[in-house]
Design a protein around this ligand. Structure first.
Ligand SMILES: NC(=O)c1ccc[n+]([C@@H]2O[C@H](COP(=O)([O-])OP(=O)(O)OC[C@H]3O[C@@H](n4cnc5c(N)ncnc54)[C@H](O)[C@@H]3O)[C@@H](O)[C@H]2O)c1
Length: 239
C-alpha cells in the first residue's frame, strides 16, 4: 500500500512511523514545503501528485489545505484522514459528496473525549453544546500573569481567530452537528496541560467530559492524545 502524508511535521512524521510499524511494506509518500531528509520516503511536488500516487492520504498540514484535500479525494476516489479538523467547517457539501460516493473519510477524535456518544446523541436531538478550552498562555503565544478569558463566541469565529488551536471545537461541532456551539478559550498561567471541558444537553440527558492533555514528548505545541488518536484513526484508514 502507498500512503500519502500531506504535511510531514510533528503529527505527519509520527503517523508515518506508526504506519511503518503496522506494515513494514507500506510505501510512504509526502508533500511538504520542506525537504525531509529521511530514507525511503518519497517527496511529491504537489498535493495533486500526492493523491495521484497514493492509495490513501493523511492530511496533517494546516486547516487551509483541507478544502483542496477533500476535492482531490473526491476527484481521485482516495480514502482520506483529516487531522486539521478546523478546515472541515464550511466544507460540509464536499463532505456529503464524499460520503455519497462511499469514499472513506476519517476524522479522529483528537485531543478530546466522548465523540462517539456525542454523535449518537445528535441523532436524538441536541439542545446545547459548550466547550471551554484552558491552556497555558505560552501555548497561545501570550505572556500573562493571571487567568483570562481570551475568546468567547461561536465556533466559526473561534476557528478563524485560532486556526491551529481550535481543532477540538471543530471536531465537536462536526460530531454534534450543532450550529450554535459556544466556545470559550481561557489562558491560565497556573495550568500546564491543555484542558477541554465539554457539555452536551439533549433529549438523551446530559454529557460532561474533561480531558487534560499533556504535550507530546517531541513537540510541546501538540497534545499527545491528538497524536495517539491520529495513530488509531490511521489504523482504520489502512485496514
Ligand atoms: N485534530 C486534533 O485534535 C489536532 C490536534 C493537534 C493538531 N492538529 C492539527 O494537525 C495539523 C498538523 O499539526 P502538527 O503539530 O503536525 O503541525 P506541524 O507544524 O508540526 O506540521 C505541519 C507541517 O505541514 C507543512 N505545511 C503546512 N502547510 C503547508 C502547505 N500549504 N503546503 C505544504 N506543506 C505545508 C509544514 O511545513 C509542516 O511541516 C495542524 O493543522 C494542527 O492544527 C489537530
Amino acid at each position: 500500500m502507498k500512503l500519502g502524508i500531506m504535511g510531514f511535521g510533528n503529527i505527519g512524521s509520527a503517523l508515518a512511523e506508526h504506519a511503518k510499524k503496522l506494515d513494514d511494506k507500506i510505501i510512504i509518500n509526502y508533500h511538504d514545503k520542506f525537504e525531509i531528509n529521511k530514507k525511503n520516503i518519497n517527496k511529491k511536488d504537489s498535493i495533486e501528485q500526492l493523491f495521484i500516487d497514493s492509495d490513501a492520504v493523511v492530511e496533517a498540514a494546516h486547516p487551509s489545505v483541507v478544502k483542496e484535500c477533500l476535492s482531490l479525494s473526491l476527484k481521485y476516489n482516495k480514502s482520506i484522514l483529516i487531522m486539521s479538523t478546523g478546515g472541515l467547517l464550511g466544507n460540509e457539501k464536499l463532505i456529503e459528496e464524499i460520503k455519497r460516493k462511499k469514499i472513506k473519510l476519517i476524522i479522529p477524535s483528537g485531543a478530546i473525549a466522548g465523540m462517539d456518544a456525542v454523535s449518537a446523541a445528535a441523532l436524538g436531538g441536541i439542545k446545547e453544546v459548550t466547550l471551554t478550552s484552558t491552556k497555558n498562555p505560552k501555548s497561545l503565544g501570550l505572556e500573562l500573569n493571571e487567568r483570562k478569558t481570551i475568546f468567547s463566541g461561536i465556533v466559526e469565529e473561534a476557528v478563524k481567530k485560532f486556526p491551529k488551536n481550535i481543532n477540538v471545537a471543530a471536531t465537536l461541532a462536526l460530531a454534534s452537528k450543532f450550529k450554535d456551539l459556544e466556545v470559550e478559550i481561557v489562558a491560565d498561567p497556573a495550568v500546564n496541560t491543555n484542558n477541554h471541558e465539554v457539555t452536551v444537553e439533549g433529549d438523551f440527558g446530559r454529557i460532561t467530559t474533561k480531558t487534560e492533555n499533556v504535550p507530546s514528548p517531541n513537540n510541546p505545541k501538540t497534545s499527545y492524545l491528538a497524536i495517539l488518536s491520529g495513530m488509531r484513526a490511521l489504523e482504520k484508514l489502512i485496514s
